[in-house]
Design a protein around this ligand. Sequence first.
Ligand code: MOS
Length: 778
Amino acid sequence: MAGEKAREPRGDYYRQDQRIPETPAPGEQPAPWGETQVVGRARPRVDAYERVSGSARYPSDLVLPGMLYGAILRCPHPHARVRKCDTDAAVALPGVHAVISDATAEARLRWPYGPDSSSRLFDPHCRFEGECVAAVAAESPHQARDALAAIAVDYQVLDHVSDERRALDAGAAAVHSGGNRVEPTAVHERGDVAAGFAAADVVLEQSYRCACELHTPLELHGCVARWDGDRLTLWESSQGVFAIQQRVAEVLGLPLSRVRVINHYMGGGFGSKLQAGKYTLIAALLARRSARPVKLFLSRAETYLAAGNRPPTSMRLKAGVTADGRLTALEFRCTGASGAYPAGGAALVDWQIRDLYTCPNVRTEADDVYIHAGPARPFRAPGHPQGSWALEQMLDALAREIDMDPVALRLANVPDKSQAREGQPPYSSTGLARCLRDGAEAFGWQQARERSAEQKRSGDKRRGVGMAACLWVAGSGGPPSTVVLKLFADGSVNLNMGASDIGTGTKTVMALVVAEELGVRSDLIQIEHADTGSTQYATPSGGSKTVPTEAPAVRAAAVAVKRELLRMGAAQLGVAVDQLTLRDGRLAAAGDGPSAAVAELDELSRRGVVVGVGHRGPNPEGLAVCPFGAQFCEVEVDVRTGEVRLLRLTAAQESGRVMDRLTFDSQVVGGVTMGIGFGLTEERVLDGPTGKLCNRNWHDYKLPTALDVPARVQSLPIDLPDPRANTTGAKGLGEPVTIPTAAAIANAIFDATGVRPTESPVMPPRLLALLAAARREG
Ligand code: MOS
């Protein structure tokens, strides 16, 4: 497996290309939690009022005095050369303060699309529809749009390739001079696949394809940029302010200390806001040129063109199983499209195949190709839902062939170690079997299967049930993280951390951690976060690692504060430190001994504040830390219209300790909702002849709405605190939830109709075609 280690397990894509500082000293870590009092209950968000009242200010809400509005002129062709770009008329328009293009000084800056790939900021060779050609800043958004319209561009339109299945064909238009392969085929191999198939009683082989899914955060991508002399401040809608700071400083050649990035609220990122965009830099450049603050947010259409996607993926899977349900071999090929620049087009697609079930003989091949379309970005559990779409449908088909319950087939192959990682380390904990068993019971799997088997295959509305399981490659968290906690003389607390709360409830969970250790009410805890100028370094909130990364550091900081309080209390009350406990803001000696409220500590009122610093300790050596899940659902298919109605779904998720039941449930419902979109409704449509994006708004690009998400989405937490993972026992949750949903739905569709929807999303016309073909054959 030479060369394997460097690119494996790739679960840390959320910090790719970044310089990550070391944690100064992991320091003494408290012992893992046992039972908790506050953590694990259902507590509302600490910022619920701000969010629902509209007083929470997101970057897109920000208005600064003298602020201008930026806008970007984008190439309307998937592949073209700019012969001439005439900005004279735009410059002369009223209200226009800055126009930049490949003809202005800013042109010399290069935008790094990847470690070995970059383009000019306004590259005259445009490789995707939506690439930046010029930009303006004006007094109003309308004047900015008028200025864009006044720029005359002469394009030479070139041949394009927009289908990943055609990208490597002889004669396909070349995206880059070296051809359309992003990198050599990535191969994973263990055991002997041929021998494994020979040992199987049943071997099946099937092709699958997943359409490209577009990033649709509610808040659009963009920022407000302001210069104070040679110091730049950016309010950017992002998942990690330090990542934005690093990229912008690097491209502008500024010291990191002169780039301040702030983001106290953000309206969703899902992986598309782990990094800065050209738009970030363009806002900064327009602000510098005009000496005014500039607000630059993309439109929805621009977001769809240029702010990332889950790549389209073509797959083929061959699988062997014995009659008693042991997997003997898996062989998998996939091709995914990065888009016009390297973006991990096939990254992690094979991870479910490699690691979810015990299988001694596995071979996977992954090809990442260029096409003339906007580059991909990480997208909630990158690669995993695609791999799950193939693997979990294959498991369903195998179970039917050997006449075994699909839950039983999965239970027969539950792994206790990560087979795809170097050295095959055991999992620190795994709740996969619990997810399968408890999920099946909560859903009523047996009864539902029997009902569905009895149902006659007649009538227009057919019901069926399906299930799928998953693991997520990452979700352990890890260093670095440094957290500073200040406890004031009145007992209130200020928590300082660099991480962003990307809408998942990070701040709420951290407040609960402080409350657990210090007994402080959460309304007395103020959180300062996500500001490179005033908070501690943190990696971006991605990879479902924010809670397992930050919570142990917060806990360590709280424990440091608590140690100080106990020392002060012991001195004041004249008892030994180990006789004292801190509960509900009071230090009390054992039995009927003396006690004092924290606010009554003399030393605290003299000093005014106690400061505790906490660091995230290292992860356990030789263990893989991963979350698991299993989902069960029931659908009703109208075989006359091809409509699929999801009636109910149970999501059993094991992510270590449940930190807050409400944020847990909201992650589960959110992840399932995105899975429904992936499986049933969302698809980027590129026009064949022109290669242009056909569906660039919320009318034509079909997001699941409230009508598509059943009221009966049951969140079933498998609460298994993992003391080996970290001192809070929590693992990541946000991404694993979205992995198996679509495959579970596909299996339920098969159960209902007898046709297997191998292509996602299962839109009515696609399903009708399958049903018609089945009728012709049957
Ligand atoms: Mo996630 S795709 O790491 O935001």
